[in-house]
Design a protein around this ligand. Structure first.
Ligand SMILES: [Zn+2]
Ligand SMILES: [Zn+2]
Length: 372
């Protein structure tokens, strides 16, 4: 193993990342040192890079911060006592793994009530990269996996391109649909055909959803959604105002509306129309709006009279990551998962990866930290 490894340091809004070398840490008891094989640009990372989502904590630019959370890796070094993954499978150096990018503390009120995805302290290990253990985000050659972060061995038939989006996009939408009780015969609307939205199509279909309607502003993304199994798509240019989109959903759902609407566009403005798209008793699954400070107007009587619910969902239970791997291992012939990561870049081209995904020309950019 090399003595130092690279981190692509986030220096500020729309600024260039800076490639810096840091000493590679030996894992303390219970931890695993991971060699990152692939790290993707998730919508949340774009929000941070664009400045929509402030991670500066009052610091001024240029920052020295780590970002990136969607990734897959291989075990570089196991600490003493770490012998098995979360599912009880034996672990060895060189095994390919995926893992939660957050770390529920296990002792707070949320954790004790078995609601680990809401642990307020789950990102406590996201130190700046100039602090030990330096490697605590995806955009680097290593990742320091702390005790308490669920970890699973990647099945041999799941290549990196499929495993890469498992620990954010895929596991996240599995958690959302599980929490929302989505199942057999339901009709579902997905707002946003980015990485999460595309993965959600496969999950909804596997759950027995009878109709999947996907909304987006980019036709190529909707075309991909249809290839993934979306039954109907709604292009913003064809239905430019919110009311026309609500009417279209009502029309497609036999006048009832959708049993669940999944918000993965990251836009606050789509929330009111999403609530209107729900059938009486339906559930709005809010996942994408991570940016603070956005305001929308909602008539709360719509919730009361319609018996509708809103669920906010962040992070996921370990089982969702395990289910994500199972889905990738058994259904990659049914869904074109391998095409989600459309473009690959070496870590030194991270700026280009962000620019390309920002412009919408790339579905989801994958960074290869060890490629030249
Ligand atoms: Zn993500
Ligand atoms: Zn906790």
């Amino acid at each position: 193993m090399s003595e130092t490894g690279q981190v692509a340091v986030f220096t500020g809004v729309r600024r260039s990342f800076e490639l810096r070398e840091f000493p590679v840490p030996a894992p303390a008891a219970g931890a695993i040192l991971v060699k990152v094989r692939m790290a993707n640009v998730c919508g949340s990372d774009l929000h941070i890079w664009r400045g929509d989502y402030d991670v500066s904590r009052g610091q001024s630019e240029p920052f020295c911060l780590s970002i990136g959370h969607e990734m897959a890796g291989e075990i570089a070094q196991l600490s003493e006592g770490v012998t098995h993954d979360t599912a009880g499978e034996p672990l060895s150096v060189g095994d390919r793994i995926v893992y939660q990018y957050f770390c529920p503390c296990g002792t707070c009120r949320s954790c004790l009530r078995r609601s680990t995805p809401r642990c307020p302290d789950a990102l406590r290990f996201r130190y700046p990269p100039d602090q030990y253990p330096h490697f605590n985000a995806a955009y680097g050659q290593y990742y320091y996996l702390n005790p308490g972060q669920a970890v699973f061995k990647i099945p041999p038939n799941v290549p990196d391109d499929l495993a890469g989006p498992a620990n954010c996009a895929l596991a996240q939408v599995i958690e959302a649909f599980r929490r929302g009780g989505v199942g057999l015969g339901d009709q579902v609307v997905i707002q946003g055909a980015g990485g999460l939205g595309i993965n959600a199509i496969a999950v909804a279909r596997e759950l027995g959803v009878s109709q999947i309607i996907v909304i987006d502003g980019i036709e190529s993304r909707l075309e991909f959604a249809r290839e993934f199994g979306a039954d109907e798509t709604i292009l913003l240019a064809e239905f430019p105002d919110p009311q026309s989109r609500v009417e279209r959903v009502k029309q497609l759902t036999g006048g009832c509306g959708a049993d669940a609407v999944l918000e993965v566009s990251g836009l606050a403005t789509v929330v009111p129309e999403g609530l209107e798209m729900l059938c009486p008793g339906g559930t709005y699954l809010e996942v994408g709006n991570i940016n603070q400070g956005k305001r929308v107007e909602v008539d709360p009587s719509v919730l009361v009279h319609g018996g509708k619910s809103i669920l906010g969902i962040m992070w996921y239970e370990p089982v969702c990551l395990q289910l994500a791997l199972e889905l990738l291992s058994t259904k990659s012939d049914v869904y074109p998962f391998s095409r989600i990561l459309s473009h690959h870049y070496p870590l030194c081209d991270i700026d280009q990866a962000f620019l390309d995904q920002d412009s919408g020309t790339v579905q989801r950019a994958a960074l290869l930290p060890w490629a030249e």
